[in-house]
Design a protein around this ligand. Sequence first.
Ligand SMILES: [Zn+2]
Length: 406
Amino acid sequence: MKYIISILLIIGVIIAGRFIFFSKNSPETSLEPVSQVQAKDFDREQTVDIESGMTFSDICAQVGIDHAIMLEMAEASSEVYDLAKVRVGRKMKFYFDRETGVFTKLIYPIDTEEELFVTPQEDGSFLAERKDIEYEVVVKKAEGTIDSSLYESAAEQDTDVRAIIDLAEIFAWTIDFGVGIREGDTYKFIFEERYRNGEYVMPGKILAAQFVNDGRLVEGYYFSEGQNEEGVLEDGYYNPAGESLQRIFLKNPVEFRYISSGFTTGPRYIAEFSAYTSSHRAIDYVAGTGTPVRAVGDGTVMSAGWNSGGYGNLIKIRHNETYSTNYAHLSKIYVKAGQHVTQGDVIGAVGSTGYSTGPHLHYEMVQNGTKINPLTIEFPASEGIAEDEMEEFSQAIVKLQEQLNN
Ligand SMILES: [Zn+2]
């Protein structure tokens, strides 16, 4: 009987979500490949799937490229991309003239935004360039009603979980996705989907989102103010008043069920360490084993690995001169010491390693060497939209609001 009830409960949490094509027919969102008749289409293409332990030298050998030429290409591209760092699981494409068999081009995906092109020049040298990947973009609208957590419901949905994760990131400072989500909360968002040669690749930017949380409407709109003097793109998500939705740190590093131990400076029995201590200068978030743990802010991983002092699998991240955060008892660690992480990156998974009585995340925030309570400290908001950009922003969001609500 208990078993049946739990099945009913699981069925009960399935979300009612639906996805609607929004503006599939506008010219810039066409799914047709831009042009089939390009020079490369006349070349013979040879693709190498990069396997574990493979070097650039191995890859070149596999397609019959001479060792000396391989070295020249590696040298030429060292300025823009280090070919010693090619990643397992990616594909390197080589092109050869169909008639002469002469090598004409190498293409390698550096990340989701850029590709490396290496092409032989007339003087026998090689030109290496990074080029933006041009996706075909389809704009879609999605909406849903939540009967459980956003994370759990996303798993039930026929959609890319990455789009839902992006949605949660936009509101990470304004909605508490751990304990603040209510049955019946609703969301709508307009987002881009990226295709290449007609094939779906990944979700792109979210352009607009509305979330009704416990009867309260929160809105976020993407807006770019262009590049600043240093050439850095200034963009982000803003509420209709033009205030940034981003803060320095996320409210919580994990989607949790409840907090089992709050931050205390007084005496308390610490079950996880089987001892009385003077304080528990941390937050214990109870969550299932495997629940993603996120970096609460941009930073550098100072250490990631086993801690014999009781923390089990532990990650320490330094965010800036003032703040660092620690994540303990993890079942999995996905980052390495020295790695740079971006706010919201999944760095590990909840577990019960070390001195722990059950799956939870022991989370510490350190300010100038002192452990502080992350739940009570108020962090300043990131900059809002500049006054002279407000009119343009307001006009842009009126259109997006119409699209969300039509
Ligand atoms: Zn703890």
